[in-house]
Ligand binder design. Structure first.
Ligand code: FMN
Length: 174
């Protein structure tokens, strides 16, 4: 199966997963910015990976637009979303359900991969949004234990990425 991984990454976690998948599946991976140059008709399987922002997946609209035609042409389609939340966080399943309808899931397989936060590599706009978000969480008087844990977690950089999540995606490309 000829596969390709297209990834969009700001601070490196989605890129790291793309490289892990490409290595395990012996296929190429390319940055989203280069995707316009690709002829997707050349591939049997197309994997799109990007990071989560406020419950959405950045640049997913680009891939979603192409999914029906690619599926009709018999392509295998996979999306992986990388976020700062651990996979067990119930918000992850809720967001993924909202972003991908049952109809979408007939043509695309969806994975969530825990990434982390890297404040050193984050751009100014993202840093500002995170500052506002942490402030709101910290000032919440009726915060749940999960919210308190999350507020502590995202107050600094951390890495919870794990190659096992990439291997599960690569297994789909055999
Ligand atoms: C403004 C902003 C909003 C975010 N929103 C979410 C979110 O809703 N859910 C989540 O799991 N992670 C969220 N994150 C965390 C990123 O998805 C996480 O840092 C991811 O690993 C970044 O991937 P990258 O290194 O490929 O850019 C957010 C990060 C930023 C900067």
């Amino acid at each position: 199966m000829k596969s390709i991984v297209i990834y969009n990454s700001q601070t490196g976690f989605t890129k790291k997963y793309a490289e892990w998948i490409a290595e395990a599946a012996a296929c190429e991976c390319v940055e989203f910015k280069q995707a316009a140059k690709l002829n997707l008709a050349d591939y049997d399987a197309i994997v799109f990976g990007s990071w989560c922002m406020a419950g959405n997946i950045v640049k997913l609209a680009w891939f979603k637009k192409q999914m029906p035609a690619l599926a009709a042409a018999g392509k295998k389609l996979i999306v992986y979303a990388v976020g700062g939340s651990p996979k067990e966080n119930p918000d992850v399943a809720v967001a993924m359900r909202r972003v991908f309808t049952d109809e979408d899931r007939k043509i695309v397989k969806v994975f969530y991969c825990p990434g982390g936060f890297n404040y050193e590599k984050m751009n100014g706009a993202s840093k500002l949004m995170m500052k506002m978000f942490t402030k709101v969480l910290a000032s919440k008087k009726d915060a749940t234990e999960d919210e308190k844990k999350m507020a502590e977690m995202i107050s600094h950089s951390y890495d919870i990425s794990d190659k096992k999540y990439a291997d599960a995606i690569a297994a789909e490309l055999k």
